[in-house]
Design a protein around this ligand. Structure first.
Ligand code: Y43
Ligand code: MG
Length: 202
């Protein structure tokens, strides 16, 4: 029987991408498959801290191994903001947030619009002391206007070195280069260990 793994995220875009990445080595559960669980407060100051506190909270609440994702966009011209506050950067929708970002960067020239998406994934097992964390990054620039309709979040304003926005990539293309895809490839051996019953991280 395949081991069960909870994707501990409230974000539908992340959930869709993680499902695409994990394949069928584990039986994936989403939070929507379970009775409601109060959302943990993301009071960490790093992506790693927030990923770990989410993974641990959901693993303890459910008794299931939990994989959490904390991610965001770090913009050089804004000294790394919005960073861990990306989801809380503006009230409202993803569009409200990327429009605020475009506003903050108005008049900033292309060469100073460099940015990176960062993703920390954390796998926590219920009742175990250790949690495994892997991080991925994806470098790019902030565009001047939104482009593309795939993905989620800040994807329409994140321009890759090839010139396309992240929202112009197919889900497979995004998975191959994204911060989440990179972090996931590092996490994969730990998930395979979980799937084969060997001690995770041991
Ligand atoms: O691939 C991405 N493409 C575009 N935007 C992205 C991406 N990855 C993260 N982001 C943005 C969305 C959100 O504004 C923030 C994550 O915030 P973060 O707290 O990690 O997630 P969340 O609150 O939406 O869901 P949850 O904490 O339940 O996993 O960064
Ligand atoms: Mg969050």
């Amino acid at each position: 029987m395949k081991p069960r793994l909870l994707f501990a995220t409230t974000n539908k875009g992340k959930l869709r991408e993680l499902r695409g990445l994990v394949g069928d080595v584990v039986d994936v559960l989403a939070l929507s498959d379970l009775p409601p669980i109060p959302e943990p407060v993301e009071d960490g100051v790093t992506f790693e801290e927030n990923a770990e506190l989410k993974a641990r909270a959901y693993a303890e609440a459910t008794g299931l191994p939990a994989l959490a994702d904390d991610s965001g966009l770090c913009v050089d011209a804004l000294e790394g903001r919005p960073g861990v506050y990306s989801a809380r950067y503006a009230e409202g929708s993803d569009k409200d947030r990327y429009e605020k970002l475009l506003g903050e960067l108005s008049g900033v020239p292309d060469e100073k619009r460099t940015a990176a998406f960062v993703c920390a994934l954390c796998l926590a097992l219920p009742g175990k002391g250790r949690a495994l964390i892997e991080v991925g990054r994806c470098e790019g620039r902030i565009g001047h206007a939104p482009r593309g309709s795939h993905g989620f979040g800040y994807d329409p304003v994140f321009v890759l070195p090839g010139g396309k926005s992240m929202a112009e990539l197919t889900s497979e293309e995004k998975a191959g280069i994204s911060h989440r895809g990179v972090a996931f490839q590092k996490m994969k051996p730990h998930l395979l260990a979980l799937a084969s019953g060997s001690p995770v991280g041991g």
